[in-house]
Ligand binder design. Structure first.
Ligand code: FES
Length: 83
């Protein structure tokens, strides 16, 4: 069985109000459209303690700061290409 790549979105109050509320839908849509359900585990997480650089997501342990609805697809493309 393949280990899924963990994609965690910060749902701490700062990141949530800065845009992660919308990014949850964007990531879910991306996973669905690319049919990555078997390869990617997507979930919410607590504050990453990098609130000032949020909204933040974490992909395979790497925190990515200042994510927006404009950049999320490119970020996912770059980080999930080889799976
Ligand atoms: S609320 Fe997201 S890093 Fe703190």
């Amino acid at each position: 069985m393949i280990n899924k790549i963990q994609v965690k979105i910060c749902l701490g109050s700062s990141c949530f109000s800065r845009g992660n509320q919308e990014l949850v839908n964007a990531v879910q849509r991306y996973i669905r459209e690319k049919q990555l359900e078997d390869k990617v585990a997507f979930s919410g997480d607590h504050c990453f303690c990098e609130c000032q650089s949020g909204p933040n997501i974490r992909i395979a342990g790497k925190i990515i700061n200042n994510v927006s609805t404009e950049t999320i697809v490119e970020i996912l493309d770059q980080n999930l290409t080889d799976i």
